[in-house]
Design a binder for this molecule. Structure first.
Ligand code: AP5
Ligand code: MG
Length: 215
């Protein structure tokens, strides 16, 4: 199962990707998580992208091409993968086609989780994350058992540095301008499944699982 998960910031890509990865035992490849990890560990890549991430802008297509190519070459993707947050531009979509061609593989499904700008701004203002294990919570829809503390590792939860309302609106605008147009690229292949991400979390999961079980 080789899946791409697309959608605006805060639509629920990461939340749903983790559940899909668990159920089908395939790696969850989130380019956002990989870049944040690089920033946290202070690697050369991290130093190059930190400011871009904080501003909510896009990292260049050339940098992302290598990040994704190197990850998809790893052995653990041989039985499938779920790519969350890549591709985000036309050029990235064509890079991904090229990388998969070389690996003699192809996408089996593209899932688009949709949500309106207001919905995502509201949701993201209530998002809290664990910097240790990467778990994502929501103060309204997915509360940790203990206030502001991660259920898995007991670490204090924080807000992402790109989660201020103004930065989220800018990320949403970039999504509409650069990413939404590539949906057509996938619609033509009849591999596209669209789900309304403004529905309750469990409803969205059920719809995606039902679709994946049929394909
Ligand atoms: P990335 O980390 O991918 O951010 P994003 O696309 O903006 O998406 P988010 O992670 O903010 O949201 P999500 O859809 O995963 O929602 P979540 O499940 O957390 O990228 C970050 C940055 O990295 C980019 O801005 C860019 O700089 C760079 N980057 C990454 N990839 C790149 C690329 N390919 N090219 C160039 N640059 C790149 O859910 C959000 C909240 O809502 C949570 O609190 C969750 O609990 C809650 N929630 C989820 N679903 C529901 C529901 N159904 N109902 C109620 N609440 C819900
Ligand atoms: Mg995410």
């Amino acid at each position: 199962m080789n899946i791409v998960l697309m959608g605006p910031p805060g639509a629920g890509k990461g939340t749903q990707a983790k559940l899909i990865a668990q159920k089908w035992n395939i790696p969850h490849i989130s380019t956002g998580d990989m870049l944040r990890e690089a920033v946290k560990s202070g690697t050369e890549l991290g130093r190059r992208v930190e400011e871009i991430l904080d501003k909510g802008e896009l990292v260049t297509d050339e940098v992302m091409k290598d990040v994704v190519k190197n990850r998809l070459r790893k052995e653990d993707t041989s039985s499938g993968f779920i790519l969350d947050g890549y591709p985000r531009t036309r050029r990235q979509a064509s890079h991904l086609d090229g990388t998969l061609d070389k690996l003699e593989r192809s996408l089996t499904s593209v899932i688009l989780v949709n949500a309106s700008e207001q919905e995502v701004v509201d949701r993201i203002s209530n998002r809290r994350i664990c910097t240790d294990c990467g778990a994502v919570y929501n103060l309204i829809s997915l509360r940790p058992k203990k206030d502001m503390v991660c259920d898995n590792c007991g670490v204090r939860l924080i807000q992402r540095s790109d989660d201020e309302a103004e930065t989220v609106r800018m990320r949403y605008r970039l999504y509409m301008e650069k990413t939404a147009p590539i949906i057509e690229h996938y619609r033509r292949d009849s591999k596209l499944f669209i789900v309304d991400g403004s529905e309750p979390l469990k409803t969205v999961t059920t719809r995606i699982f039902d679709y994946l079980e049929k394909t």
